[in-house]
Design a protein around this ligand. Structure first.
Ligand SMILES: Cc1cc2nc3c(=O)[nH]c(=O)nc-3n(C[C@H](O)[C@H](O)[C@H](O)COP(=O)(O)O)c2cc1C
Length: 352
Protein backbone atom coordinates (compact mmCIF):
# COMPACT_ATOMS: atom_id res chain seq x y z
CA UNK A 1 0.00 0.00 0.00
CA UNK A 2 2.85 2.35 0.84
CA UNK A 3 4.30 1.74 -2.61
CA UNK A 4 0.95 2.47 -4.13
CA UNK A 5 0.56 5.72 -2.22
CA UNK A 6 4.09 6.79 -3.17
CA UNK A 7 3.38 5.99 -6.81
CA UNK A 8 0.41 8.31 -6.99
CA UNK A 9 1.79 11.16 -4.91
CA UNK A 10 2.80 13.29 -7.89
CA UNK A 11 -0.39 12.67 -9.84
CA UNK A 12 -3.48 14.84 -10.11
CA UNK A 13 -6.63 13.68 -8.36
CA UNK A 14 -8.09 12.36 -11.61
CA UNK A 15 -4.94 10.57 -12.65
CA UNK A 16 -4.51 9.06 -9.20
CA UNK A 17 -8.12 7.91 -9.22
CA UNK A 18 -7.74 6.20 -12.57
CA UNK A 19 -4.42 4.65 -11.63
CA UNK A 20 -5.65 3.28 -8.34
CA UNK A 21 -8.98 1.98 -9.51
CA UNK A 22 -7.46 0.37 -12.57
CA UNK A 23 -5.09 -1.52 -10.34
CA UNK A 24 -7.51 -2.84 -7.83
CA UNK A 25 -10.40 -3.46 -10.15
CA UNK A 26 -8.27 -5.22 -12.75
CA UNK A 27 -8.42 -8.73 -11.33
CA UNK A 28 -9.88 -10.72 -8.52
CA UNK A 29 -6.36 -11.37 -7.29
CA UNK A 30 -5.52 -7.68 -7.15
CA UNK A 31 -8.71 -6.79 -5.45
CA UNK A 32 -8.14 -9.53 -2.86
CA UNK A 33 -4.70 -8.07 -2.23
CA UNK A 34 -6.22 -4.63 -1.97
CA UNK A 35 -8.71 -5.75 0.64
CA UNK A 36 -6.04 -7.64 2.57
CA UNK A 37 -4.03 -4.43 2.66
CA UNK A 38 -7.06 -2.57 3.90
CA UNK A 39 -7.52 -5.14 6.65
CA UNK A 40 -3.88 -4.83 7.59
CA UNK A 41 -4.06 -1.06 7.71
CA UNK A 42 -7.18 -1.20 9.79
CA UNK A 43 -5.75 -3.71 12.29
CA UNK A 44 -2.66 -1.55 12.67
CA UNK A 45 -4.68 1.63 13.08
CA UNK A 46 -3.06 3.10 10.03
CA UNK A 47 -4.99 6.07 8.76
CA UNK A 48 -2.88 6.60 5.64
CA UNK A 49 -5.57 5.12 3.49
CA UNK A 50 -8.20 7.48 4.81
CA UNK A 51 -5.86 10.40 4.19
CA UNK A 52 -5.35 9.06 0.70
CA UNK A 53 -9.08 8.89 0.01
CA UNK A 54 -9.59 12.38 1.33
CA UNK A 55 -6.71 14.00 -0.50
CA UNK A 56 -6.84 12.23 -3.81
CA UNK A 57 -10.30 10.99 -4.46
CA UNK A 58 -12.66 13.39 -2.76
CA UNK A 59 -12.37 16.22 -5.29
CA UNK A 60 -13.36 13.95 -8.10
CA UNK A 61 -16.89 14.45 -9.34
CA UNK A 62 -18.40 11.01 -9.59
CA UNK A 63 -21.91 9.73 -9.60
CA UNK A 64 -23.45 9.11 -6.21
CA UNK A 65 -23.06 5.36 -6.11
CA UNK A 66 -19.36 5.46 -6.90
CA UNK A 67 -18.78 8.36 -4.56
CA UNK A 68 -20.40 6.35 -1.80
CA UNK A 69 -18.17 3.38 -2.48
CA UNK A 70 -15.03 5.48 -2.41
CA UNK A 71 -15.79 7.88 0.39
CA UNK A 72 -17.30 5.60 2.98
CA UNK A 73 -15.22 4.81 6.02
CA UNK A 74 -12.50 2.20 5.85
CA UNK A 75 -14.52 -0.10 8.14
CA UNK A 76 -17.60 0.03 5.97
CA UNK A 77 -15.48 -0.55 2.90
CA UNK A 78 -14.01 -3.73 4.31
CA UNK A 79 -17.35 -5.05 5.53
CA UNK A 80 -18.92 -4.62 2.10
CA UNK A 81 -15.84 -5.41 0.07
CA UNK A 82 -17.51 -7.64 -2.51
CA UNK A 83 -20.33 -5.23 -3.18
CA UNK A 84 -18.04 -2.23 -3.55
CA UNK A 85 -15.59 -4.07 -5.72
CA UNK A 86 -18.33 -4.41 -8.34
CA UNK A 87 -18.99 -0.69 -8.19
CA UNK A 88 -15.32 0.16 -8.36
CA UNK A 89 -15.01 -1.81 -11.58
CA UNK A 90 -16.94 0.99 -13.27
CA UNK A 91 -14.78 3.80 -11.87
CA UNK A 92 -11.99 3.91 -14.48
CA UNK A 93 -14.58 4.21 -17.25
CA UNK A 94 -16.43 6.97 -15.42
CA UNK A 95 -13.23 8.87 -14.78
CA UNK A 96 -12.05 8.51 -18.38
CA UNK A 97 -15.36 9.85 -19.59
CA UNK A 98 -15.14 12.72 -17.13
CA UNK A 99 -11.66 13.64 -18.37
CA UNK A 100 -12.89 13.57 -21.97
CA UNK A 101 -15.86 15.78 -21.07
CA UNK A 102 -13.55 18.16 -19.25
CA UNK A 103 -11.39 18.61 -22.34
CA UNK A 104 -14.45 19.43 -24.44
CA UNK A 105 -15.80 21.73 -21.71
CA UNK A 106 -12.53 23.67 -21.57
CA UNK A 107 -12.84 24.53 -25.26
CA UNK A 108 -16.54 25.34 -24.98
CA UNK A 109 -15.96 27.57 -21.97
CA UNK A 110 -13.67 29.75 -24.05
CA UNK A 111 -16.20 29.90 -26.88
CA UNK A 112 -18.96 30.87 -24.45
CA UNK A 113 -17.00 33.94 -23.37
CA UNK A 114 -17.89 35.44 -26.72
CA UNK A 115 -21.55 35.33 -25.75
CA UNK A 116 -20.96 37.83 -22.98
CA UNK A 117 -19.55 40.43 -25.35
CA UNK A 118 -21.60 43.14 -27.01
CA UNK A 119 -22.02 42.89 -30.79
CA UNK A 120 -24.38 45.52 -32.19
CA UNK A 121 -22.23 46.20 -35.25
CA UNK A 122 -23.55 43.46 -37.53
CA UNK A 123 -26.10 44.92 -39.95
CA UNK A 124 -29.20 42.76 -39.66
CA UNK A 125 -32.71 43.23 -40.97
CA UNK A 126 -34.68 42.19 -37.90
CA UNK A 127 -38.29 40.99 -37.92
CA UNK A 128 -39.26 44.29 -36.35
CA UNK A 129 -37.70 46.15 -39.31
CA UNK A 130 -39.41 43.77 -41.72
CA UNK A 131 -42.76 44.75 -40.24
CA UNK A 132 -43.54 41.41 -38.62
CA UNK A 133 -46.20 42.04 -35.93
CA UNK A 134 -44.89 42.49 -32.42
CA UNK A 135 -45.28 39.32 -30.28
CA UNK A 136 -48.15 39.49 -27.75
CA UNK A 137 -47.42 40.65 -24.21
CA UNK A 138 -49.26 37.87 -22.47
CA UNK A 139 -50.67 34.47 -23.34
CA UNK A 140 -54.36 33.99 -23.97
CA UNK A 141 -56.47 32.32 -21.35
CA UNK A 142 -58.59 29.37 -22.36
CA UNK A 143 -62.26 29.91 -21.37
CA UNK A 144 -62.08 26.66 -19.38
CA UNK A 145 -59.15 27.85 -17.30
CA UNK A 146 -59.76 29.28 -13.87
CA UNK A 147 -58.57 32.87 -13.45
CA UNK A 148 -57.84 34.19 -9.97
CA UNK A 149 -57.87 37.90 -9.17
CA UNK A 150 -55.03 39.04 -6.98
CA UNK A 151 -55.37 41.48 -4.08
CA UNK A 152 -54.51 45.07 -4.84
CA UNK A 153 -50.86 45.94 -4.36
CA UNK A 154 -50.16 48.53 -1.68
CA UNK A 155 -47.58 49.01 1.03
CA UNK A 156 -49.80 47.96 3.96
CA UNK A 157 -48.10 44.57 4.34
CA UNK A 158 -44.53 45.81 4.10
CA UNK A 159 -42.58 45.17 7.28
CA UNK A 160 -39.32 46.83 6.23
CA UNK A 161 -39.88 49.94 4.14
CA UNK A 162 -36.30 51.10 4.36
CA UNK A 163 -34.55 50.29 1.05
CA UNK A 164 -31.17 50.64 2.75
CA UNK A 165 -32.20 47.93 5.24
CA UNK A 166 -33.47 45.62 2.48
CA UNK A 167 -30.32 45.93 0.37
CA UNK A 168 -28.04 45.55 3.38
CA UNK A 169 -29.85 42.50 4.79
CA UNK A 170 -30.52 40.67 1.56
CA UNK A 171 -29.07 37.20 1.61
CA UNK A 172 -30.04 33.90 0.01
CA UNK A 173 -32.37 32.16 2.43
CA UNK A 174 -32.77 28.42 2.08
CA UNK A 175 -34.73 27.30 5.16
CA UNK A 176 -38.46 27.94 5.22
CA UNK A 177 -41.27 27.05 7.60
CA UNK A 178 -44.32 25.23 6.29
CA UNK A 179 -46.59 28.15 7.20
CA UNK A 180 -48.72 29.97 4.65
CA UNK A 181 -47.77 33.25 3.12
CA UNK A 182 -50.69 35.57 2.36
CA UNK A 183 -52.17 36.02 -1.09
CA UNK A 184 -51.54 39.73 -0.67
CA UNK A 185 -47.84 39.02 -0.15
CA UNK A 186 -47.78 36.85 -3.27
CA UNK A 187 -49.57 39.57 -5.22
CA UNK A 188 -46.91 42.06 -4.14
CA UNK A 189 -44.05 39.68 -5.10
CA UNK A 190 -45.54 39.15 -8.57
CA UNK A 191 -45.94 42.90 -9.02
CA UNK A 192 -42.39 43.54 -7.78
CA UNK A 193 -40.93 41.08 -10.30
CA UNK A 194 -43.11 41.52 -13.40
CA UNK A 195 -45.84 44.02 -12.50
CA UNK A 196 -46.98 46.33 -15.31
CA UNK A 197 -46.70 50.03 -14.47
CA UNK A 198 -47.56 51.47 -17.89
CA UNK A 199 -49.12 50.14 -21.08
CA UNK A 200 -47.84 51.79 -24.26
CA UNK A 201 -48.49 51.75 -28.01
CA UNK A 202 -52.09 50.58 -27.85
CA UNK A 203 -51.32 47.69 -25.57
CA UNK A 204 -48.33 46.46 -27.56
CA UNK A 205 -45.63 47.32 -25.04
CA UNK A 206 -45.36 47.61 -21.29
CA UNK A 207 -43.22 49.24 -18.70
CA UNK A 208 -42.82 47.20 -15.56
CA UNK A 209 -41.31 47.31 -12.09
CA UNK A 210 -38.12 45.84 -13.61
CA UNK A 211 -36.13 47.22 -16.55
CA UNK A 212 -35.77 45.24 -19.76
CA UNK A 213 -33.69 45.93 -22.87
CA UNK A 214 -36.06 47.51 -25.42
CA UNK A 215 -38.87 46.87 -22.91
CA UNK A 216 -39.15 43.40 -24.43
CA UNK A 217 -39.94 41.62 -21.15
CA UNK A 218 -39.49 38.17 -22.62
CA UNK A 219 -40.47 36.14 -19.54
CA UNK A 220 -43.41 34.19 -18.22
CA UNK A 221 -43.84 33.65 -14.50
CA UNK A 222 -45.03 30.25 -13.32
CA UNK A 223 -45.74 29.54 -9.67
CA UNK A 224 -45.67 26.26 -7.82
CA UNK A 225 -47.98 26.97 -4.91
CA UNK A 226 -47.58 24.91 -1.75
CA UNK A 227 -48.51 27.13 1.19
CA UNK A 228 -50.38 30.25 0.17
CA UNK A 229 -53.48 31.42 2.06
CA UNK A 230 -56.70 31.31 0.01
CA UNK A 231 -54.96 29.69 -2.96
CA UNK A 232 -55.35 26.06 -3.95
CA UNK A 233 -52.07 24.15 -4.20
CA UNK A 234 -50.85 23.63 -7.74
CA UNK A 235 -49.19 25.34 -10.68
CA UNK A 236 -50.21 28.77 -11.94
CA UNK A 237 -49.16 31.33 -14.57
CA UNK A 238 -49.11 35.07 -13.94
CA UNK A 239 -50.96 37.36 -16.37
CA UNK A 240 -49.03 40.62 -15.99
CA UNK A 241 -51.43 42.84 -17.98
CA UNK A 242 -54.38 41.76 -15.83
CA UNK A 243 -52.45 41.17 -12.61
CA UNK A 244 -54.20 37.82 -12.29
CA UNK A 245 -53.26 34.18 -11.95
CA UNK A 246 -54.34 31.38 -14.25
CA UNK A 247 -54.62 27.98 -12.61
CA UNK A 248 -52.87 25.46 -14.86
CA UNK A 249 -52.74 22.08 -13.13
CA UNK A 250 -51.68 20.12 -10.10
CA UNK A 251 -49.71 16.92 -10.10
CA UNK A 252 -48.96 14.07 -7.74
CA UNK A 253 -45.78 14.49 -5.70
CA UNK A 254 -45.58 18.12 -6.79
CA UNK A 255 -42.99 19.06 -4.16
CA UNK A 256 -40.81 16.04 -4.85
CA UNK A 257 -40.91 16.68 -8.61
CA UNK A 258 -39.80 20.28 -8.13
CA UNK A 259 -37.03 19.14 -5.80
CA UNK A 260 -35.80 16.61 -8.38
CA UNK A 261 -35.95 19.22 -11.15
CA UNK A 262 -33.80 21.43 -8.91
CA UNK A 263 -31.19 18.69 -8.84
CA UNK A 264 -32.28 17.46 -5.42
CA UNK A 265 -32.20 20.87 -3.68
CA UNK A 266 -34.81 20.10 -1.07
CA UNK A 267 -35.76 23.67 -0.16
CA UNK A 268 -36.78 24.44 -3.76
CA UNK A 269 -39.56 21.84 -3.51
CA UNK A 270 -40.56 22.70 0.04
CA UNK A 271 -41.12 26.44 -0.26
CA UNK A 272 -44.39 28.29 0.29
CA UNK A 273 -44.26 29.12 -3.40
CA UNK A 274 -41.60 28.59 -6.06
CA UNK A 275 -41.24 31.08 -8.89
CA UNK A 276 -40.19 29.53 -12.20
CA UNK A 277 -39.39 32.08 -14.87
CA UNK A 278 -39.43 30.84 -18.43
CA UNK A 279 -38.25 32.79 -21.45
CA UNK A 280 -39.96 33.18 -24.81
CA UNK A 281 -36.84 34.11 -26.82
CA UNK A 282 -38.68 35.41 -29.89
CA UNK A 283 -40.10 38.31 -27.87
CA UNK A 284 -36.59 39.72 -27.77
CA UNK A 285 -35.25 38.22 -31.01
CA UNK A 286 -38.02 40.02 -32.93
CA UNK A 287 -36.23 43.27 -32.14
CA UNK A 288 -32.61 42.37 -31.37
CA UNK A 289 -31.91 39.02 -33.02
CA UNK A 290 -28.20 38.33 -32.30
CA UNK A 291 -28.05 40.66 -29.31
CA UNK A 292 -31.13 39.21 -27.67
CA UNK A 293 -29.46 36.29 -25.89
CA UNK A 294 -27.35 38.65 -23.82
CA UNK A 295 -30.23 41.03 -23.13
CA UNK A 296 -32.53 38.25 -21.94
CA UNK A 297 -29.92 36.94 -19.50
CA UNK A 298 -29.23 40.44 -18.23
CA UNK A 299 -32.96 41.03 -17.85
CA UNK A 300 -33.55 37.87 -15.85
CA UNK A 301 -31.21 39.11 -13.13
CA UNK A 302 -33.47 42.11 -12.55
CA UNK A 303 -36.48 39.92 -11.82
CA UNK A 304 -34.67 37.84 -9.28
CA UNK A 305 -33.01 40.77 -7.55
CA UNK A 306 -36.37 42.49 -7.18
CA UNK A 307 -37.74 39.26 -5.72
CA UNK A 308 -34.90 39.18 -3.18
CA UNK A 309 -35.51 42.79 -2.13
CA UNK A 310 -39.29 42.48 -2.08
CA UNK A 311 -38.96 39.34 0.08
CA UNK A 312 -36.67 41.18 2.48
CA UNK A 313 -39.25 43.95 2.77
CA UNK A 314 -41.92 41.41 3.76
CA UNK A 315 -39.73 39.41 6.14
CA UNK A 316 -39.74 36.51 3.65
CA UNK A 317 -36.77 34.75 2.08
CA UNK A 318 -35.75 33.56 -1.35
CA UNK A 319 -32.77 32.04 -3.13
CA UNK A 320 -31.84 32.28 -6.81
CA UNK A 321 -31.62 28.83 -8.39
CA UNK A 322 -29.44 28.33 -11.42
CA UNK A 323 -28.61 24.68 -10.77
CA UNK A 324 -31.59 22.86 -12.21
CA UNK A 325 -32.43 20.14 -14.71
CA UNK A 326 -33.56 21.84 -17.92
CA UNK A 327 -35.48 18.84 -19.22
CA UNK A 328 -37.29 18.13 -15.95
CA UNK A 329 -38.47 21.71 -15.37
CA UNK A 330 -39.56 22.15 -19.00
CA UNK A 331 -41.43 18.87 -18.83
CA UNK A 332 -43.00 19.83 -15.50
CA UNK A 333 -44.39 23.04 -17.04
CA UNK A 334 -45.22 21.45 -20.42
CA UNK A 335 -42.87 23.83 -22.25
CA UNK A 336 -41.55 22.84 -25.68
CA UNK A 337 -37.90 23.76 -24.82
CA UNK A 338 -37.54 25.58 -28.15
CA UNK A 339 -39.92 28.54 -28.24
CA UNK A 340 -40.23 28.63 -24.48
CA UNK A 341 -38.08 27.15 -21.74
CA UNK A 342 -37.20 27.50 -18.08
CA UNK A 343 -34.54 30.11 -17.35
CA UNK A 344 -34.46 30.84 -13.64
CA UNK A 345 -36.05 29.51 -10.47
CA UNK A 346 -36.57 31.01 -7.01
CA UNK A 347 -38.34 29.44 -4.01
CA UNK A 348 -39.96 31.76 -1.46
CA UNK A 349 -40.98 31.11 2.12
CA UNK A 350 -40.98 32.30 5.71
CA UNK A 351 -37.37 31.94 6.83
CA UNK A 352 -36.61 29.83 9.90
C1 LIG B 1 -27.42 32.97 -11.04
C2 LIG B 1 -27.44 32.38 -9.67
C3 LIG B 1 -27.64 31.02 -9.50
C4 LIG B 1 -27.68 30.46 -8.23
N1 LIG B 1 -27.97 29.15 -8.08
C5 LIG B 1 -28.10 28.62 -6.83
C6 LIG B 1 -28.51 27.27 -6.66
O1 LIG B 1 -28.80 26.55 -7.60
N2 LIG B 1 -28.59 26.81 -5.39
C7 LIG B 1 -28.33 27.58 -4.30
O2 LIG B 1 -28.44 27.08 -3.18
N3 LIG B 1 -27.94 28.87 -4.44
C8 LIG B 1 -27.84 29.42 -5.67
N4 LIG B 1 -27.51 30.74 -5.84
C9 LIG B 1 -27.31 31.57 -4.65
C10 LIG B 1 -25.83 31.85 -4.45
O3 LIG B 1 -25.23 30.69 -3.94
C11 LIG B 1 -25.68 33.04 -3.50
O4 LIG B 1 -26.23 34.20 -4.10
C12 LIG B 1 -24.24 33.26 -3.16
O5 LIG B 1 -23.73 32.21 -2.39
C13 LIG B 1 -24.06 34.55 -2.37
O6 LIG B 1 -24.81 34.51 -1.19
P1 LIG B 1 -25.92 35.60 -0.85
O7 LIG B 1 -26.96 35.57 -1.94
O8 LIG B 1 -26.50 35.16 0.48
O9 LIG B 1 -25.26 36.92 -0.80
C14 LIG B 1 -27.48 31.30 -7.10
C15 LIG B 1 -27.28 32.67 -7.28
C16 LIG B 1 -27.28 33.20 -8.53
C17 LIG B 1 -27.14 34.70 -8.67
Amino acid sequence: MKKLINAIKGLSAQEAGIFLTEIFSSSKENSDKFFQTLKYLKENNNDELIVFFKNYLKPIWLDDQIKKAILISQEQFIENAEQYHKVLLTVPETLQEMLKNTEIAKKQTLEFREMMKAGWKTAIHTDQMAGVPIPPIQKNVDPNQKVISLPEVDDSIIVNKDIFYCIKNRISRRKYSESNISLKALSYLLWATQGVTEVMFEGKMTKRTVPSGGSRHSFETYLVVNYVEDLKEGVYRYQPLDHKLVYLFDTENRQEKVKQAALGQDFVGHSAVTFIWSVIPYKCEWRYMLESKKIMLQDSGHLCQNLYLACESLGLGTCAIGAYDQVLFDKFLNLDSVDEFTLYVAPVGKPI
